[in-house]
Design a protein around this ligand. Structure first.
Ligand code: GRF
Length: 227
C-alpha cells in the first residue's frame, strides 16, 4: 500500500470541519490520508480538544506580543507535521508569504460562500452569511480553494451550492452551509490524495476527472433540524 498523504489542519475555532476530517480519515486507515498534526492559532479553542480526543498531536501558535516569531513558529509546526497537504479549516490568520511559497499548490482553505463573492478581509464566520442574507442572493455555498498571498483569492478547486431560504437568518444559513462543508472538505482532501487535481502553471486548478461527485452529493436541506 502507498504511504498515506500526511495532512496538517490549521484551526482557529470550534473545529467541526476538523472533526469531519478526523471522522473520515482516522476511522479508515485504508483511506490513504492521515491527519498528522493540528495547528491552533490560539489556546483554549474546541479544536484542540478534538485533536486530543483523536490522539492527533496539536501545536499552538504563539500570541502576537509573546516575543516568538509567529512565522517561524508556523514553519516549525508544519515541518513537525511533515505535511504533504495543509488544510485551513476555519483558520483566521493571514498566511505569511514565505509559508505560501513553501506550500504553494499544497495548501487549501474552505470558505462558507461561493467565491469570488463574499470573500476577502473581514469576511469570516457570521460576517459572510450576514452579507449573503443582506444581499438578497438566493444561492450561497461552499468553496475550497488554494491559498495564495491574499484572503480568499487563490485558485478555486471545488464548489457546492446551498440554497438561501426565505426567512433565513445568519444562524440558519450558517448551519445549512456548514453541513455541506463537512462533506465537501473530506471529498476534496481525498481527491488531493488520489492526485485528482493540482495547481497548473497558469495558476488555475486542473482536475483530471470531474469534481462534481453527482447524485451521491445531494443535500436534503429540508432536514435543517439535524444540523
Ligand atoms: C467554517 O464555516 C469555515 O468555512 C470557515 O470557518 C468556519 C469554521 O468552522 N472558514 P469550524 O471551526 O470548522 O466549525
Amino acid at each position: 500500500m502507498k504511504d498515506p498523504v500526511k495532512v496538517a489542519v490549521l484551526v482557529s475555532g470550534s473545529g467541526t470541519n476538523l472533526q469531519a476530517l478526523l471522522d473520515t480519515f482516522t476511522r479508515s486507515p485504508e483511506s490513504g490520508v492521515r491527519v498528522t498534526r493540528v495547528i491552533a492559532s490560539r489556546p483554549g479553542i474546541g479544536s484542540i480538544e478534538r485533536a486530543r480526543a483523536a490522539s492527533v498531536p496539536c501545536g499552538v501558535l504563539p500570541d502576537r506580543g509573546s516575543g516568538e516569531d509567529a512565522e517561524a513558529a508556523l514553519h516549525r509546526e508544519l515541518e513537525a507535521a511533515d505535511a504533504d497537504l495543509v488544510v485551513l479549516a476555519g483558520f483566521l490568520k493571514l498566511i505569511p508569504e514565505s509559508v505560501v511559497r513553501a506550500y504553494r499548490g499544497r495548501m487549501i482553505n474552505i470558505h462558507p460562500a461561493l467565491l469570488p463573492s463574499f470573500g476577502g478581509p473581514g469576511m469570516y464566520g457570521g460576517h459572510v452569511h450576514e452579507a449573503v442574507v443582506r444581499s438578497g442572493a438566493l444561492v450561497s455555498g461552499v468553496t475550497v480553494h488554494f491559498v495564495d498571498e491574499q484572503y480568499d483569492r487563490g485558485a478555486i478547486i471545488a464548489q457546492w451550492p446551498v440554497p438561501v431560504r426565505e426567512g433565513d437568518d445568519v444562524d440558519r444559513l450558517a448551519a445549512r452551509v456548514l453541513r455541506v462543508e463537512h462533506r465537501v472538505l473530506p471529498a476534496v482532501v481525498k481527491a488531493f490524495a488520489e492526485g485528482a487535481f493540482g495547481l497548473d502553471e497558469d495558476g488555475r486548478c486542473r482536475w483530471s476527472r470531474p469534481w462534481f461527485p453527482g447524485e451521491t452529493f445531494y443535500i436534503n436541506d429540508e432536514s435543517d433540524e439535524e444540523a
